[in-house]
Design a protein around this ligand. Structure first.
Ligand SMILES: CC(C)(COP(=O)(O)OP(=O)(O)OC[C@H]1O[C@@H](n2cnc3c(N)ncnc32)[C@H](O)[C@@H]1OP(=O)(O)O)[C@@H](O)C(=O)NCCC(=O)NCCS
Length: 235
């Protein structure tokens, strides 16, 4: 599923509010995960006009309710919920590998994974957001940016023109990715990092908080600092 332009908020950008009464109702979703990331997702769902979620599935919930949303049980409830008619889910797990695995399981069970776009995010009309991805408040997506399946663009992150975020990648709060950056599958760009134009961050790589990426990052590498260098090698 690709998410495209809604009503315009300013020159060249679009907002998803207010929704037209002619548009179909947004679904009641099942939320997978009840941790900190789920709180941000719940608030984004509410702001975006989704109706109250059906509930949260989490095998180790921090509390019986998360921001007023009830925890229904663990993931063993999924099949039953699907059989009872639940058809839409949001994977609110911050761990990239877990989020991707759970997205696969949900797809096998026939769940849809609607993208969640906070109305205070700014999206170029040519940006694309794929299924299961979330774009948080004050994030900014530039022209022709593509946000992959189950990826996260977190609060106030700037993902500039022609970026490609792979499946289950995560650009953390306050990052600034210049034009043409590629972020590989399940890679994490840590909070407050900056990335030079055209850099390639490989699959499963981790960019530490507050880094400046000025060289490509190989798949699976862990880098950090300004400029970012491999971690664990005498640093
Ligand atoms: C990079 C990171 C994953 C490393 O975590 P870790 O494996 O627990 O590593 P440690 O904290 O034990 O640190 C290992 C070494 O790397 C250094 N280091 C850790 N994070 C660093 C960073 N962001 N920049 C520079 N150096 C860093 C530490 O100082 C330490 O150096 P030393 O061995 O010389 O003492 C973590 O520090 C980080 O930055 N995570 C990003 C989290 C984030 O943004 N999440 C998004 C949430 S929404």
């Amino acid at each position: 599923m690709r998410c495209r332009a809604g009503p315009s908020r300013g020159p060249g950008f679009r907002s998803r509010k207010p929704r037209s009464p002619l548009l179909p109702e947004r679904p009641r979703v099942v939320i997978i995960g009840g941790g900190g990331h789920a709180k941000v997702v719940i608030e984004a769902l509410r702001a975006a006009g989704f109706p109250p979620p059906l509930g949260i599935l989490d095998p180790r919930p921090p509390a019986p309710m998360v921001l007023g949303v009830p925890v229904l049980g663990g993931n063993e409830r999924l099949e039953r919920l699907r059989a009872e008619g639940a058809a839409d889910a949001v994977v609110a797990l911050g761990d990239n590998r877990l989020r991707q695995a759970m997205g696969g399981r949900l797809a096998e069970l026939g769940f849809r994974l609607p993208p969640v776009l906070h109305p205070a995010a700014q999206l170029s009309p040519t940006a694309r957001v794929l299924e299961g991805a979330v774009v948080m408040a004050r994030a900014c997506l530039g022209p022709d940016a593509e946000i992959g399946l189950l990826a996260i663009v977190n609060t106030a992150a700037v993902v500039e023109h022609d970026n490609r975020l792979g499946p289950a990648a995560h650009v953390a709060p306050g990052c600034a990715l210049a034009g043409g950056v590629m972020v590989g599958e399940r890679a994490l760009v840590g909070v407050g990092s900056s990335v030079r134009p055209g850099m390639v961050i490989g699959a499963d790589a981790v960019v530490g908080a507050g880094s400046a990426v000025v060289r490509d990052v190989p798949p699976g590498a862990r880098v950090g600092g300004v400029p970012a260098r491999p971690l664990g090698e005498g640093r």
